[in-house]
Design a binder for this molecule. Structure first.
Ligand SMILES: CC(C)(COP(=O)(O)OP(=O)(O)OC[C@H]1O[C@@H](n2cnc3c(N)ncnc32)[C@H](O)[C@@H]1OP(=O)(O)O)[C@@H](O)C(=O)NCCC(=O)NCCS
Length: 474
């Protein structure tokens, strides 16, 4: 199989590059920022034909291989554990946690290029890695940062729309409204309407995705500053990286906060394909809805309290706890508060996970950031005290399959320390990051020609007759 792959790779790569060079407009834009090295688009164009061919061969040779079986309880259990999705950027191991293109979080913290003067990875470098499987050079990331910044301007109607929304409309609702309204800018939708060849879908999806990502710091900050501050925004710095621009637009000049944004946006980006925001974006995208419409749908899923909004819930829960215990962070007091939460039929926010069975390494990365920068911060001490106690209580409670903390358990406390105290905004930051993972996959989906998603459903009546007939044969 490997020799077939190698020869078809070179032919396909050649033909694609020839094809790409006949489209000067899109590639020329990218080249303006290339500093002489390959741009992300050029590199992706070189790489994906081999991936498409690899998938084709895999399906041809092993398409009939049985890779799992499905039990009735899984159909009624949120499809947990059913293998039925393809996601290239990351794979989640229940014990070890996430790997981005086979790299752990500590590895990407070490290997990805950093911002000037900083030690945290650049989120746009992770985007490059998710899309290509390669670590970009510093020059390449710089070019990508500049490319994204050059795409940051909002159309007037989106800007006006955000200004017209009521301040008490949840920031996540505002976020998805703005992204939906950006459909007016979709190069993919326009090209599709003009009858573009399906081989070119990826090209317009790539352009829309980069345009969208480039606008995210402005959209998020506009929502933040409209709802919680004076509504004024500083200009995007064309020479700054993605995280730095976001921090400055939000109104935070502190270099440590800039570093936090880089780390935050990197570790929240991708968590394989079955989580609600990733799966929704992929599902809607599979109908060839534009990246704007697909990602907007994903954001609506991220806004749910069992998913991305858990970071807001954690903070609200922590504040109530802090108010109630009045500085007493003893084991007994925290334990009682945890039991009160559980006994009142609520979940402990920030704990548990559908796949993970150990402490989330994204939690650990944030804990290490706190230990490095503010080990004595009161709220951090409280989160740490809960980390010592909650797993034991949840284990005793005996319901959750995973008593350990997830990413949302820690993120809000870091933001609180630097003064970004408005918890209802937290999921928006998660969404800015999540765009990187889900749009990388959407570009890949279009490049390799993933079909429309359409799993099978049955009514309960039909399942009853199905299990009866299966069991009768035993
Ligand atoms: C993340 C989450 C939705 C995963 O759900 P799941 O895959 O169904 O989890 P489990 O299989 O472990 O759930 C089994 C039971 O334990 C309960 N459970 C799971 N996590 C719990 C928690 N943190 N506190 C209390 N109960 C919990 C579930 O509600 C379920 O109860 P039920 O049988 O009465 O319906 C769940 O752990 C949760 O609600 N956590 C809190 C919210 C959160 O932090 N979300 C962010 C995730 S990154």
């Amino acid at each position: 199989m490997s020799s077939i792959l190698a020869s078809s790779r070179s032919t396909l790569t050649r033909s694609l590059l020839q094809n790409a060079s006949s489209r000067p407009s899109l590639l020329a834009v990218a080249r303006n920022y290339s500093n002489g090295e390959k741009t992300l688009k050029e590199r992706f164009a070189e790489l994906f034909p081999a991936k498409a061919e690899e998938i084709k061969q895999l399906k041809k040779e092993y398409g009939d291989t049985v890779i799992g079986e499905v039990q009735l309880k899984q159909a009624y259990g949120g499809m947990r554990g059913i293998k039925g999705l393809v996601w290239e950027g990351s794979v989640l191991d229940p014990e070890e946690g996430i790997r981005f293109r086979n790299r752990t979080i500590p590895e990407i913290q070490k290997e990805l290029p950093k911002g000037a003067g900083g030690s945290e990875p650049l989120p746009e470098a992770l985007f490059w890695l998710l899309l290509t499987g390669e670590i970009p050079t510093e020059t390449q990331v710089k070019a990508l940062s500049a490319d994204l910044a050059s795409r940051s301007e909002l159309p007037e109607h989106v800007s006006d729309l955000l200004d017209s929304l009521p301040k008490d409309l949840h920031p996540m609702a505002q976020f998805s409204i703005a992204i939906t309204a950006l459909e007016s800018e979709s190069k993919f939708s326009k090209a599709y309407a003009q009858g573009v060849n399906k081989k070119d879908y990826w090209n317009y999806t790539f352009e829309d995705s980069l345009d969208l990502i480039g606008k995210l710091p402005v959209i998020a900050s506009k929502i933040y500053r409209n709802v919680f501050k004076d509504g004024k925004l500083v200009a995007v710095d064309p020479n700054a990286d993605f995280g730095k621009n976001l921090a400055h637009l939000l109104g935070y000049q502190n270099d440590e906060f800039v570093e936090l944004m880089r780390l935050y946006l990197t570790i929240h980006a991708d968590h394989e394909g079955g989580n609600v925001s990733a799966h929704t974006t992929h599902l809607v995208g599979s109908a060839l809805s534009s990246p704007y419409l697909s990602f907007s749908a994903g954001l609506c899923g991220l806004a749910g309290p069992l998913h991305g909004r858990a970071n807001q819930e954690v903070l609200e829960w922590l504040f109530k706890l802090r108010e109630e215990v009045k500085g007493d962070y003893s084991k007994d007091t925290i334990e009682k508060y945890l039991w009160d939460t559980l006994n009142s039929g609520r979940v402990v926010p920030g704990y548990g996970h559908a796949v993970l069975r150990k402490t989330d390494p994204r939690y650990t990365a944030q804990r290490e950031f706190a230990l490095k920068h503010f080990p004595d911060y009161d709220l951090f001490k409280l989160v740490s005290a809960i980390y010592d106690i909650a797993p034991g209580v949840l284990t005793k409670h005996g319901k959750t399959k995973n008593p350990w903390p997830n990413v949302d358990s820690h993120s809000g406390v870091l933001l609180q320390y630097y003064g970004l105290t408005e918890a209802s905004f937290y999921t928006v930051l998660f969404g800015v990051s999540r765009a990187l993972g889900v749009l990388a996959q959407l570009i890949i989906d279009r490049a390799v020609g993933q079909p429309i998603e359409r799993p099978k459903s049955f009514s309960t009546e039909k399942y009853i007759s199905l299990v009866k007939s299966i069991n009768a044969k035993k």
